[in-house]
Write a protein that binds this ligand. Structure first.
Ligand SMILES: Cc1cc2nc3c(=O)[nH]c(=O)nc-3n(C[C@H](O)[C@H](O)[C@H](O)COP(=O)(O)OP(=O)(O)OC[C@H]3O[C@@H](n4cnc5c(N)ncnc54)[C@H](O)[C@@H]3O)c2cc1C
Ligand code: FES
Ligand code: FES
Length: 504
């Protein structure tokens, strides 16, 4: 274990930061220590995108560029990465980056508060993709809010920036850091070398400032075994994955996280494995990195991920973090439970398998024992005659939390329903299966005649709450409508099936 400074790259140079407070955010560090005030603070909770910066990391032997929210990123997690802020885009002769120039030319900025965040999301896009379609641009900008300009000129700027990718003086020529034939450019090779020089093989251990009851500690183990040992040694430590829930405990709840164990530097947890029978997603895999592979097998699940938060949040948030956080309105769990997902849990050298159904015990209480953590989630790849749908109902299409999220899975054999699994989020204190409704459908003909009993059973399955997102009556009505929608979509109905309160 090394008591050490964190090391990252900024504008091509390796920086070391000693005495880092494990609870400090990247945004505060940028603005207060480096005086890089181009990165703004709007909401401090990952919603508005004013604080967007870009990180480069190694993905195999090539770099990848991702926009993230600096306001909820804890500073020590920057270790090993290359950081770009809006100030990084200035070329030596002062020439603007193509994204900035296009924003000017398309009148994409008024008061300017949101502008650096938009520019950084566009910079990440410019670095990663050539000629994205308009719908893709809309998706990429879903995490950046503008109160005055309106989005049309900004989307026009996103298209315009590709007209002159070299950026006038050619400074930004290599997009994405590759030569025209896709091979790594000299710039990319230099970046890869810098990132490799920062790679750790031992746990990073930081000691922060003294606080009431001790000192803040931060550990970033570099192997699964070291992680398992640390979690046993510090069973009360906060486990930190993408930090898109945990970050808010610091910025909004002003909680003191005295000991933190970071999962993001453990290579074994960064893997997605697809076999003939299942998809296994490691606890360090972000939503961005698993949404396509899951979407290939379950199209509706892929569409749900498209509506999960925003790209900068999905670039940080892990699927397992969503599961472990245990929010009753978390989006992935109804789908995972209806597909029969299981968790691999680890405590020290021991592992055990647990059905996700059995993981949630009560409101935000899970079956994890002290010193135990989730290593991965396994999603069975279902047979061809299985029908699966999941529907997220929220007030806004992008970047909104569900009022209700429903997931349905059945196998149809000669028009008869088998292996019915229905799960809802937002209807109870935990993501919960509709066991009565499932029983009313199991072994029955998949027909209009079966629905009344199933709907009556669904009514008895849940006692939803009234809260700011939706009334109990609304939730109940939505659940009914979703079952009807699922039935219509899987029984040959060819009309449109829209649900009040959603764009599904
Ligand atoms: C602006 C914004 C929008 C959001 N929108 C959505 C949305 O649309 N849908 C949705 O469902 N959620 C949403 N969220 C919530 C959040 O992004 C997700 O819950 C996310 O998946 C959490 O993952 P993480 O890796 O960031 O977890 P973290 O914040 O790092 O951790 C979350 C919790 O899980 C625990 N944990 C993490 N990994 C493990 C592990 N391997 N073993 C045991 N415990 C672990 C942590 O200790 C913590 O208690 C949003 C959050 C923000 C800030
Ligand atoms: S300040 Fe609003 S997302 Fe970070
Ligand atoms: S230009 Fe004012 S918030 Fe976007």
């Amino acid at each position: 274990m090394t008591d050490d400074a964190i090391r990252f790259v900024l504008d091509g140079e390796v920086r070391e930061v000693r005495g880092t407070d494990p609870n400090a955010t990247l945004l505060d560090y940028l603005r207060e220590s480096l005086h890089r005030t181009g990165t703004k603070e709007g909401c401090a909770e990952g919603d508005c995108g004013a604080c967007t910066v870009v990180l480069a990391e190694l993905d195999g032997d090539r770099p990848r560029f991702r926009a993230i929210n600096a306001c909820i990123k804890l500073l020590p997690t920057l270790d090993g990465k290359e950081l770009y802020t809006v100030e990084s885009l200035r070329s030596p002769d002062g020439e603007l980056h193509p994204a900035q120039r296009a924003m000017v030319e398309c009148h994409g900025s008024q008061c300017g508060f949101c502008t650096p965040g938009f520019v950084m999301s566009l910079f990440a896009l410019h670095r990663s993709e050539a000629a994205p379609a308009r719908e893709r641009i809309h998706d990429v900008l879903a995490g950046n809010l503008c109160r005055c300009t309106g989005y049309r000129p900004i989307v026009a700027a996103a298209e315009r920036m590709y007209d002159d990718p070299a950026g006038g003086n050619g400074y930004w020529l290599h997009r994405p850091y590759a030569n025209g034939d896709g091979s790594p450019s000299a710039g990319e090779k230099a970046l890869v070398e810098r990132l490799e020089s920062l790679r750790r093989t031992e746990t990073l251990a930081l000691t922060g400032p003294a606080v009431e009851g001790g000192t803040r500690r931060y550990f970033a183990p570099a192997s699964l075994d070291d992680l398992a040992a640390l979690v046993q040694e510090h069973p009360k430590a906060y486990l930190l994955a993408g930090g898109t829930d945990v970050g808010l405990w610091v910025t909004k709840a002003h909680q003191d996280l005295d000991s933190i164990i970071y999962l993001g530097a453990v290579p074994e947890l960064q893997r997605v494995r697809v076999t003939d029978t299942h998809i296994e997603v490691g606890a360090g895999v972000t939503i961005t990195d698993c949404q396509d592979v899951i979407g290939e097998h379950f199209a509706d699940f892929g569409e749900l991920f498209r509506r999960f938060a925003s790209p900068p949040i999905r670039n940080a948030a892990t699927l397992v973090g969503n599961i472990a956080n245990g929010s009753p309105i978390g989006d992935s769990m109804p789908a995972l439970i209806s597909l029969g997902a299981t968790l691999r849990l680890r405590a020290g050298a021991e592992t055990r398998e647990l059905a996700l159904d059995d993981f949630y015990l009560a409101y935000r209480k899970t079956a994890l024992a002290e010193g135990e953590f989730v290593e991965s989630v396994r999603i069975p790849i279902t047979p061809g005659d299985r029908h699966f749908r999941t529907y997220k109902i929220s007030k806004r299409f992008d970047q909104d939390i569900s009022a209700v999220c429903g997931a349905f899975s059945i196998e149809l054999d000669g028009g008869v329903a088998h292996n019915v699994r229905i799960c809802f989020g937002g209807m109870a204190a935990i993501p919960q299966r509709a066991t009565g409704c499932e029983a009313a459908l199991e072994g029955k003909e998949w027909s209009e005649a079966t629905l009344p009993d199933a709907l009556a059973a669904l009514e008895r399955d849940y006692t939803p709450i009234d809260d700011m997102r939706a009334s109990a009556g609304y939730r109940r009505m939505v659940a009914h409508n979703l079952l009807r929608k699922f039935y219509l979509e899987t029984s040959g109905f060819e009309g449109e099936t829209r649900v009040i309160g959603g764009r599904n």
